[in-house]
Ligand binder design. Sequence first.
Ligand SMILES: Cc1cc2nc3c(=O)[nH]c(=O)nc-3n(C[C@H](O)[C@H](O)[C@H](O)COP(=O)(O)OP(=O)(O)OC[C@H]3O[C@@H](n4cnc5c(N)ncnc54)[C@H](O)[C@@H]3O)c2cc1C
Length: 386
Amino acid sequence: MAKKKICIIGGGISGTALGYNLSLYDDAEVTLYEKGRIGAGTTSKSAGTVCLFDDSLNNRYWDVRLYGFETYCKMEKEKRGSAGFDKTGTLVCALDEKDEKRIKTGIALAKSAGYTGEYITDKDRIKKILPMIDPDSIIGAGYTADDGYFDGTMISNNFASKMEANGATVIIGVGVTDIKVEGGAAVGITTSEGKQEAYDVIVDCTGPWSRFTGKMVDLEVPIWHTKAEAFFMAPSEKLDYVFPILKFPAFYALRAGNNIFICKSHLSMDLDNPMHAGQWDPDKLPERGGTDDYFIEFLFEQMEKNVPGLVDAGLSSSWLSYRAEPRDFLPIIGDTPVKNYLLATGYGGNGVIEAPAVSRDLAKYIMRGESTLLLEEWAFSRLLKK
Ligand SMILES: Cc1cc2nc3c(=O)[nH]c(=O)nc-3n(C[C@H](O)[C@H](O)[C@H](O)COP(=O)(O)OP(=O)(O)OC[C@H]3O[C@@H](n4cnc5c(N)ncnc54)[C@H](O)[C@@H]3O)c2cc1C
């Protein structure tokens, strides 16, 4: 049987999840190139939260969220610790009736899938779940104890191992430096080692780098880099309770060892504000630090208002990373104007949540030509129309 030769560029959660899903087809011959290490790009800076209900992804895509969550839970069950699951639960805060309605819808959806969820207005109860919060700053909160956060780097490495076990090839430390286009179609690549290889399909999974890899085929990939500035707070007292993932519309917080990770939420970023977004070079990101006073000041204001228990915590470290965000904050998946050059990029602040469902559908499309509603909604062509 003639196999379809597929090249994946990038070994973050996007590339490895796709590689694993493609490796399940026995007529796929898959090679993944990662110029650095597996899961060491944006994925390594991720909070990895996959909450059963919050505002990070519209309830319209709730099945995407559920599929992601359950994929990682199964991974964790197969081998304990392999997805880095920390089951902290989530407290999602409502500031107004619109938030409340959205949270209640999410709770109903979570319950329909067999999970727990409740909307709480009793302030003592909210304070019992999270003693650091000021319950007077919110009108209520959705709570589930069933979800938590995962480790994107561990998951990516797990997907990479699984795809290799299925016969795919993972090449680490080798970048793709050029893509050959003939008659409007991508036909092969050149690697950083000078090797040339022909492929039937090339899928660009390079996240914030896709601005640059797109240029290899003369394509303007319409993503912006938004600054994801994460700050690690060291509370003065050791936490003697389970700190749940805390979601406010403007920011979120979660436990990271003995520290609390805080970050401005991705949907509150303004692509037209040069402090929030721009076009930068992800290769120049420092391992640690590189953050702006603007974001920590913003987050401290939020803490003072909403989580006063964290105001006295010292800052133990911080990092800057870039999310790849299209204008509508939804990913760009599938065909592009260049035949056989596909994208699985622009995951923004939701790549961990979205990669499993997207990769399942995209692998089917690549191998069988069958599209799905999700792929149609997240197609590159939607951005050309605007
Ligand atoms: C602070 C922060 C918090 C986040 N929190 C969450 C969260 O709670 N939940 C959630 O779902 N998502 C979250 N995200 C978003 C999520 O982390 C990203 O959407 C996701 O990791 C993007 O994965 P990716 O594979 O597209 O990109 P990346 O992880 O950046 O992978 C791209 C890879 O491509 C490689 N590459 C680039 N160019 C080349 C080339 N020419 N040849 C070969 N390889 C190349 C890079 O080395 C890199 O490893 C967060 C992100 C950040 C920054």
